[in-house]
Design a protein around this ligand. Structure first.
Ligand code: FHN
Length: 458
């Protein structure tokens, strides 16, 4: 046998019949090993591959139906009236900045008012900053005394009041949660990242801290339906342990939808995709270059003026028309619109926002059927506007004066039986061709904001 070891293969097979079997056995072992390896890879992938539950899929559908949400940036930074980045921009040392907590006392905060504000505007959900990059928790947490209940004279938990009020009023609540933290020593802001972790600080401790806070937010606050992560872009090279974090959230409540404002393509475990200050497909801000549009539910967020957090000098308020156009343009691209306000440090919402949004709300009362529960992307955005649809109805939103005496909807499948003006039900002349539908809308009274034309299909 030992001799055979050094003989050539043919000789081995001839002279040592047992070797022939050996080589077959070896081939078989190789095959088995390969099979085992493939099976292992498949099993590992299957373990990590995220399959949303039926409840989660229902949440996603409902999320898409809601279409319009209120984004709220509110924290101790609001006191300085210069946006939520004030600590960073004005280079305020963390220990000095922390003193803002000593006099944060939002006596004017009233969860009912916030929820009614959203409802009046026709919004169906609220996404609120539970903790922003300054690291201050706007909710009662056991993980750190740097929170609104323990560190401020207010001593109350506005997130709890908001969650309870939202639940009572049928408004869905999502928590914004910052991954980035400018102050915590374990995060070690500014530290170089090597092998997926900051060189300074204690990355495991920070990940555990976030996991505990997220557990608190999901288990203590009633009715939370979404987590909105932000700050990933500050450390693109770090290992954020999303498998653990997303896994934990979905284990605690599989119906919760997770989104991450990382500005890149969606990752495993995420349930919706967001775009910041950009309609899906646009990249006006420079944030969306790598945000390849996914098949997940979409959301785009924008500010009502030019600031996220309260900014006392920012009077560049968007008009009613701008806000409605943003909402309609988002819906036409199959996305929700999350419109941000920064309440004042006393907890009140400034009257300019309330006035504008009350008018938007009236518009939604009248025209909401062409937005809520609809889907987009049936027809690509056109020069004159966009299209939404629901069941057998297609809504053409004419936002800009058409360049022709008609509007053309390419690639509409299904026979159009009727075309009417949504506002008064009057009939509109149309012609359906194989290449699309021509609607002769030149004679109708154009609406200053959005002329909505309803097409009924068979
Ligand atoms: O830095 C934040 C900013 O303060 C704000 O929260 C926005 C909201 O989309 N997101 C980050 C910038 O991408």
């Amino acid at each position: 046998m030992r001799m055979c070891k050094y003989a050539d293969v043919q000789m081995k097979n001839k002279l040592c019949p047992i070797n022939k079997n050996n080589s077959e056995i070896r081939t078989m072992i190789k095959k088995l090993t390969l099979f085992a390896l493939l099976f292992y890879c498949f099993a590992v992938k299957a373990q990590t591959a995220y399959t949303p539950t039926a409840d989660n899929l229902a949440s996603r559908e409902n999320f898409q139906d809601m279409k319009f949400g209120l984004f709220i940036h509110w924290g101790i930074y609001s006191e300085l009236g210069d946006g939520e980045w004030v600590m960073h921009e004005r280079k305020i040392p963390y220990n000095n900045y922390k003193r803002l907590a000593d006099f944060f006392n939002p006596q004017g905060f009233n969860a009912k008012e916030w929820v009614q504000f959203a409802k009046r505007a026709g919004m169906k959900y609220i996404t609120v900053t539970s903790r922003h990059h300054d690291g201050f928790s706007m909710f009662g947490t056991k993980t750190s005394p740097y929170n609104i209940v323990d560190a401020t004279p207010y001593h109350k938990d506005p997130m709890m009041e908001l969650a309870q009020e939202c639940q009572k009023e049928g408004i869905e609540l999502h928590f914004y949660y910052s991954l980035l933290d400018w102050g915590r020593p374990d995060y070690a802001y500014g530290s170089p990242i090597v092998n997926g972790a900051p060189v300074k600080g204690d990355w495991d401790s920070y990940i555990n801290f976030m996991k505990t806070q997220l557990t608190e937010l999901i288990t203590n606050y009633p009715g939370v339906k979404g987590i909105w992560f932000d700050g990933h872009w500050e450390r693109p090279a770090v290992n954020w342990h999303y498998d653990e974090i997303y896994g934990l959230i979905h284990k605690l409540n599989p119906a919760i939808i997770i989104g991450n404002n990382h500005h890149v393509a969606v990752k495993q475990g995420e349930d919706f995709q967001m775009f910041e200050k950009d309609l899906p497909g646009n990249n006006n801000t420079g944030f969306s270059a790598d945000s390849k549009i996914s098949s997940l539910p979409l959301e785009t967020c924008e500010t009502i003026n030019n600031s996220w957090g309260f900014n006392i000098n920012d009077r560049s308020y968007k008009t009613v028309k701008q806000i409605i156009h943003y909402l309609v343009n988002a819906a036409g691209r199959n996305a929700n619109f999350l419109l941000n306000i920064g309440p004042m440090p006393n907890g009140k919402i400034q009257p300019e926002f309330a006035d504008t949004l009350a008018v938007v709300g009236k518009w939604m009362q009248k025209n909401g059927e062409s937005i809520y529960g609809t889907r987009g992307n049936l027809v690509a955005p056109q020069q004159w506007g966009v299209v939404t649809y629901k069941n057998n109805t297609i809504y053409a939103h004419v936002l800009n004066t058409p360049q022709q005496p008609y509007i053309f909807l390419p690639s509409v499948k299904g026979k159009i039986t009727k075309v009417t003006l949504l506002s008064d039900g009057s009939s509109i002349k149309f012609k359906q061709q194989p290449e699309g539908v021509f609607i002769y809308a030149d004679h109708i009274n154009a609406d200053a904001i959005d002329t909505i034309i309803e097409l009924t299909t068979k």
